[in-house]
Design a protein around this ligand. Structure first.
Ligand SMILES: C[S@@+](CC[C@H](N)C(=O)[O-])C[C@H]1O[C@@H](n2cnc3c(N)ncnc32)[C@H](O)[C@@H]1O
Length: 154
């Protein structure tokens, strides 16, 4: 169980760091909490989640897609983000880089193809940074318990 305020804090961070964006792709949103926070702040949101655990209908400002996000997905929104997105973590960074879009992730578990051979969380952060090629990758800590490091590129 993660910090119950994690999506609220991440949404505030996103609004502050990316003040000009209008649309956001939220990957691996679980119960849909981050999408709701971002929509509440006036953004147009698309969610791609493999196993949605929320009421399955589009609502004002949010479009839901059930599916497995990979690096092959084209990012059409202004920004792509993921909170504790497990196997999608590296995929978000790689897809964003290919589409030349800004991104922000809060990594947690060492999961997915890119995590193979990575032994610890510090190594995972380094691996994720390396996937962004020559981009400047910034880092911030959200005021939440549990995994709280945001890696992001503006
Ligand atoms: C640890 S949960 C976190 C969910 C949510 N972000 C939260 O903070 O509660 C990880 C979620 O990622 C989803 N997921 C993992 N890999 C995915 C992928 N490649 N594409 C879409 N969803 C994925 C899982 O279905 C699961 O809901």
């Amino acid at each position: 169980m993660g910090d119950t305020h994690r999506n609220q804090h991440f949404a505030s961070f996103i609004k502050k760091q990316f003040p000009k964006i209008k649309s956001v792709l939220v990957v691996a949103d679980g119960k849909g909490g981050l999408a709701r926070e971002l929509a509440r702040q006036g953004l147009t949101v698309r969610v791609i989640e493999a196993k949605p655990r929320f009421k399955w209908h589009d609502r004002y400002g949010i479009k839901y897609q059930r599916g497995w996000f990979t690096r092959e997905h084209k990012v059409t929104e202004d920004l792509i983000v993921g909170m504790h997105p497990d196997e999608a973590t590296a995929e978000i960074i790689i897809a964003a880089t290919a589409s030349r879009k800004p991104w922000a992730v809060v990594p947690c578990c060492l999961k997915g193809e890119a995590a193979k051979g990575v032994l610890c969380f510090k190594g995972w952060l380094n691996k994720l940074r390396s996937l962004a090629r020559n981009q400047t990758v910034l880092e911030w800590q959200l005021p939440i318990s549990g995994k709280n490091v945001v890696l992001y590129h503006k």
